[in-house]
Write a protein that binds this ligand. Structure first.
Ligand SMILES: Nc1nc2c(ncn2[C@@H]2O[C@H](COP(=O)(O)OP(=O)(O)O)[C@@H](O)[C@H]2O)c(=O)[nH]1
Ligand SMILES: Nc1ncnc2c1ncn2[C@@H]1O[C@H](COP(=O)(O)OP(=O)(O)O)[C@@H](O)[C@H]1O
Length: 198
């Protein structure tokens, strides 16, 4: 879809957008779809989460995440600077800095959070006007294939994540809409189209 004629360079618009929250089970491709949007749709503002996990090779502080200490994360939580926060996969803390989200929405930008299910539920409490998108796998078998194919977890961790994924898949009905991630580009384009029209 082409940009409306009045759209500004930075993706701001003359009307406000609803905050869009993208969630879905582990390994469905949330990170891949978000990365595609970051690269191909610069008009979409992507929230940069704070996390206590260590950076992986190629990850840039302030671009992919704000990498913070456990002490700093606790301070952000205590001072109310996070819109939501959660311990994901029983290990590291993740949270969405509140102020940048508010600023992006105030500037009428399309704003996207890619967060886990617990976080999505908190956003629903704090910002019920947000729009919730569930990213679903084409099938259970394909979800397992993606998790194994990514090769970033050992067998025990994979088993644990698949248990969580079953519970997460059952939460689909809580969302406003489902996008099936059959193809990264198609799913990303569907998501951006939804953002433009909400
Ligand atoms: N609640 C919440 N979850 C987040 C946030 N940022 C990332 N996540 C989730 O944390 C999980 C782990 O992300 P990541 O560390 O990139 O690792 P990976 O998904 O294992 O590659 C994913 O399910 C993300 O959706 C956040 O700010 N809040
Ligand atoms: N539409 C797709 N088709 C095939 N493989 C995909 C697709 N989307 C993502 N993948 C692959 O699935 C794996 C998990 O994706 P990832 O983005 O890490 O998931 P998540 O962030 O949801 O945990 C990665 O190896 C990724 O390359």
């Amino acid at each position: 879809m082409s940009q409306p004629a009045h759209a500004e360079q930075d993706g701001s618009d003359d009307r406000p957008h609803r905050l869009v929250v993208l969630a879905g089970p582990t390994a469905v491709g949330k990170g891949t779809v978000s990365a595609y949007i970051r690269e191909h749709f610069p008009e979409v503002w992507l929230s940069v989460s704070a996390t206590t996990r260590s950076p992986r090779p190629g990850e840039v502080d302030g671009v992919h995440y704000h990498f913070v200490s456990t002490t700093e994360f606790a301070r952000l939580e205590r001072d109310g600077e996070l819109l939501e926060s959660a311990v994901v996969h029983g290990r590291n803390h993740y949270g969405t800095p509140r102020r940048p989200v508010e600023e992006a929405l105030a500037a009428h930008r399309m704003a996207l959070l890619e967060i886990d299910l617990q976080g999505a539920r908190q956003v629903r409490e704090n910002m019920p006007e947000a729009f919730f998108v569930f990213l679903a796998p084409p099938s259970w078998e394909e979800l397992v294939r993606r998790l194994v194919g990514r090769g970033t977890e050992d067998e025990e961790e994979r088993t644990r994540r698949l248990e969580t994924a079953k519970v997460e898949l059952a939460a689909e009905a809580e969302f406003d809409v489902t996008i099936v991630n059959d193809d990264v580009r198609r799913a990303a384009e569907e998501l951006v189209h939804l953002m433009r029209t909400h």
